[in-house]
Design a protein around this ligand. Structure first.
Ligand code: PEP
Ligand code: MN
Length: 338
């Protein structure tokens, strides 16, 4: 870290800053300029206490961080792409992975017909919420344990792996018993206690970006999971809140590209939540492939008009088939296969 001292500060007021830097465990190297002095603090910023509190000293102008705050998530710590193994389905390698299925698990018929259709079109992972984080308490909250049972049934019949959301610490154990990937939703992206509990199951975790989260905060959420000893983390961009109203969220494909640069973890894009419009999902999938995402998660419903949640953004079976067909040349151009 670099501690910048206010211009024209006398030497006897710089010494207490140097002492404080040393007290916090850093080696202090002051660089005296004719007007302004800076103190370089040598030490690992990620394991030592932050020096930002020094900004409370009147003679300190500001403190500049040099290292990234995330360590295990950073590509610096692991230059090669990480591959997450979801019970034999590898995410982050040369194969592009499609996750698809309904927003919510609604019934056996709805889930199984969707599972068969998405599998036929090339998906290898089935999504479906059994516990749903709804804005209103009067909206469909999901089938809970019955939903998990149906997801297990769909896996048994089709061989698709299961990704499903865990909403609270209380549910981690039984959701993990049914799921192949635990989804942490946007609303829980910084529920650190939940992240820790989910991490301890050692299951792969799909970490959605919070709707108002900066990229750094999102990556620090992943750091919570990795620092708990679970390196099976998938970073999922799902759109952020902006002033725009033509789309539900603003899908931030730049963030997906930044995540690929900054981190070795696989990146998943969710254009369904990302724009909230079925008519845009296909082209946003193409955009996600073009910026280097490793996987897509798409909402698919047999009859979106009758869906119990997110009907406006779910594509039907034909829509999903068309989208998969149109992705193939792009995937080939990016050197990836399905
Ligand atoms: C979902 O996947 O249906 C969902 C609720 O996602 P998010 O947490 O991104 O809103
Ligand atoms: Mn949804």
């Amino acid at each position: 870290m670099i501690v910048v001292i206010r211009p024209n500060t006398p030497r006897d007021q710089i010494d207490p800053v140097i002492e404080e830097v040393q007290r916090l465990g850093y080696e202090a190297r002051p660089i005296f300029g004719s007007e302004q002095t800076v103190v370089a603090a040598i030490g690992d910023e990620r394991t030592h206490q932050s020096l930002e509190s020094l900004e409370a000293m009147p003679q300190v102008e500001h403190v500049i961080r040099v290292q990234k705050r995330y360590k295990m998530v950073s590509r610096q710590s692991h230059p090669a792409n990480s591959v997450v193994d979801v019970d034999g389905v590898l995410i982050g390698g040369p194969k592009f992975v499609m996750m698809a299925g309904p927003c919510s698990v609604e019934s056996e018929e709805q889930l199984l017909s969707t599972a068969r259709a998405v599998k036929e079109a090339g998906a290898t992972i089935l999504r479906g919420g059994a516990y749903k984080p709804r804005t209103s308490p009067y909206e469909f909250q999901g089938l809970g344990k019955e939903g998990l049972r149906l997801l297990e049934l769909a896996r048994k019949e089709t061989g698709l792996k299961i990704v499903t959301e865990v909403l609270s610490e209380r549910d981690v154990e039984h959701v993990a018993a049914s799921a192949d990937i635990l989804q942490i939703g946007a609303r829980n992206a910084q529920n650190f206690q939940l992240l820790i509990e989910a991490a301890r199951t050692k299951k792969p975790i799909l970490l959605k970006r919070g709707m108002s989260e900066r990229i750094e905060e999102w990556l620090l959420g992943a750091e919570y999971i990795m620092s708990e000893g679970n390196s099976n983390v998938l970073l999922c961009e799902r759109g952020i809140r902006t002033f725009e109203t033509y789309t539900r969220n603003t899908l931030d494909l730049a963030a997906a590209a930044v995540a690929k640069q900054e981190s070795h973890l696989p990146v998943v894009v969710d254009p369904s939540q990302g724009c909230g419009r079925a008519d845009l999902v296909r082209v946003l999938c193409q955009g996600a492939v073009a910026v280097g995402a490793d996987s897509l998660i798409i909402e698919v419903h047999p009859n979106p008009a009758e869906a119990l949640s997110d009907g406006q953004q779910q594509v039907n079976f034909d829509g999903f088939k068309q989208l998969m067909h149109d992705l193939k040349p792009l995937l080939a151009a990016m050197g990836r296969t399905l």
